[in-house]
Write a protein that binds this ligand. Sequence first.
Ligand SMILES: Cc1ncc(COP(=O)(O)O)c(C=O)c1O
Length: 382
Amino acid sequence: MRLKKSYRDSWVEIDLNNIQYNIEQLRHRLSHHTNIYAVVKANAYGHGDVEVAKAAIQAGASRLAVALLDEAVKLRDHGITVPILVMGWVHPEDVSVAADNDITITFFQKEWLEQVMQLEFSGRLKLHMKWDTGMGRIGLRDEKELTELLQLLNEPRFYLEGIFTHFATADETDLNYFRDQQARFEQLYQVFRANWNQPVIFHTGNSAASMRFPDVMQHYVRFGISMYGLYPSQIVKQEKPIDLKPAFSLHSRLIHVKKLPKGESISYGATYTTQEDEWTGTVPLGYADGIRRKLQGTDVLIGGQRAEIVGKICMDQFMIRLSKPYPVGTKVTVIGTQADQEITMDELASHLDTINYEIACMISDRVPRYYIPAVNEKNTHV
Ligand SMILES: Cc1ncc(COP(=O)(O)O)c(C=O)c1O
């Protein structure tokens, strides 16, 4: 019989109050006609999709967006009933799964639509059309493609519910490219309006655009990284258009403490050698949990102070240099706060020469997630 969720001494804590706080801050900044898609793809950027989705909906996000059909089906299987948009590409032969589960899917190719027209599915298929205004990823790019697609859409089994694009540089100082994308969107919009007279919803903004340019946001924004309490770039962090609180923290506990004499080496490759007699602690987290080997030499928190990771990070464990002999079981914080010290995802991202998005996604499912329930929803504790 399994008595606990996990037998590990390492865990992630997700504060759902902070997810709700971040959504509320954005709601105050947006105009009242702009609503929020909570972006919960990639297991809610590593935070836990079902739990985050429920908290986000309760805080006023009226819809959810994911990248994959699998992610949308999982949310439905957990009883989530709000509209869900799959922003990525879905195989034509899988549209019946979307239709059966009332999941909205993204399309942008004539051939795709022609294939779907040959297939059986029940009910109406809800669709959002993706316009590539400069991201160069997915989406139709020109007026010809747009008019061709609109002609095919006249079939009653299709319901064109929305149209969207995605900005490549909304988080940068130089906004020229962002303005170019807006202009391309406007051009396509004019063609669309000339050829389609039924109502649709428009959404263009990610976290950066929605926080920085709330006045030009349309019916919805797609709020991802900042819902989790992280700014999309250092520039937006400095501008601080809204206050954000990170929801994610990562902790562990010392499992072994020993004094190593001067001149002893630590871990694979013996890359670290003690300069004097040193207290060393072993932390049961490693690269299989997402603690990348390149993080050797960075700090964790223990006893409210910084302690350096010494020696190579192993698959399941790493070692830290201690200022004194802490007892086995002492809490170690890898991401988060202790006393007046904080290790942010931004700090780790900077060491790894990447962005905070990647840090959030890299902590593996092997580390159990525990949820601090939103104060107005005590039952979400899992
Ligand atoms: C199409 C699309 N919309 C919205 C988002 C959310 O972006 P952000 O996390 O910067 O808010 C993403 C994330 O990459 C995306 O791919």
